[in-house]
Design a protein around this ligand. Structure first.
Ligand code: ADP
Ligand code: MG
Length: 252
């Protein structure tokens, strides 16, 4: 579904992605973690070409992103993105935030788009908030609208960039529950997060990045409990405090 081949990126002289090789298959849930400035957001943003790479190749669903003729609208319709700060249109209702892109890009008529949006709002537990503006919603509700908006395009993969890190702690679980249900339904997901519970429940693999490099990739216990690199170990003990891993991924 997604393949990085020796991908490199610089911001001026700063080498922010160093020889990235990573393949993500259909239906996989991959969690990316690592310290601030490691290049996690940049890596995620290269997948829908919000950031172009300077060297190497990224292939997304058979689209070669180095090709200057890449249809970015088509690419971004297949690759949804959910941001830390939700990025909803502030003057549009929850429903309108969701109907907009499917009407413009997918060619749905008003009725079809509204029906799809209403179903998705129900799915994220917000049927009763259809006509609310983002400012009238809590952060957790806004993020669930943002996830519904992304789903409305019926993407093949969804990228999440620290989707719960701007939320009050008591609002995080409602968002994670939506993400967990998506993962269990087989959505391909690439998630930058330090929510270890989420990773333990649904991540197929965890990628640890530092200073533009992928230092190691493994199962959640591989990375959280028995990391190979000293740098990963240091990071895990700082971030998670809990050295014990005792919950296996649920098998359906
Ligand atoms: P992370 O998400 O892991 O915190 P980022 O991908 O945001 O890391 O950033 C990686 C590095 O690239 C950081 O050193 C950051 O300052 C730098 N960087 C990110 N975006 C830009 C940009 N648009 N211009 C210049 N430097 C950037
Ligand atoms: Mg980031």
């Amino acid at each position: 579904m997604i393949k990085f081949i020796n991908a490199n990126k610089w911001f001026n002289s700063h080498h922010v992605l160093k020889n990235i090789n990573l393949e993500i298959t259909k239906g996989e849930v991959v969690v990316i973690c690592g310290p601030s400035g490691a290049g996690k957001s940049t890596l995620l943003r290269t997948i829908n070409k919000l950031e172009p790479i300077d060297d190497g190749e990224i292939i997304v669903d058979d689209i070669y992103l180095s090709d200057p003729k890449t249809n970015l609208t088509a690419l971004r319709a297949e690759v949804g993105m959910v941001f830390q700060h939700f990025n909803l249109y502030p003057h549009k209702t929850a429903l309108r935030n969701i109907t907009l892109a499917p009407r413009k890009v997918r060619g749905l008529n008003k009725k079809q788009a509204r029906e799809r949006a209403a179903k998705l709002l129900e799915r994220v537990g917000l049927s009763h908030r259809q006509n609310a503006l983002p400012s009238q919603l809590s952060g957790g509700e806004q993020q669930r609208v943002a996830i519904a908006r992304s789903l409305a395009m019926e993407p093949k993969v969804i990228l999440f960039d620290e989707p719960t890190s701007a939320l009050d702690p008591e609002l995080i679980n409602d968002v994670l529950d939506v993400m967990i249900s998506l993962a269990k339904e087989g959505m391909t997901m690439v998630v930058v997060t330090h929510e270890i519970g989420f990773a333990q429940k649904v991540a197929d693999r965890v990628v640890f990045m530092d200073a533009g490099e992928i230092l190691e990739v493994g199962s959640p216990p591989d990375i959280f409990v028995n990391p190979k690199h000293q740098r990963t170990r240091e990071f895990m003990s700082k971030v998670f405090h809990i050295p014990i891993f005792n919950e296996n991924k649920e098998e359906d």
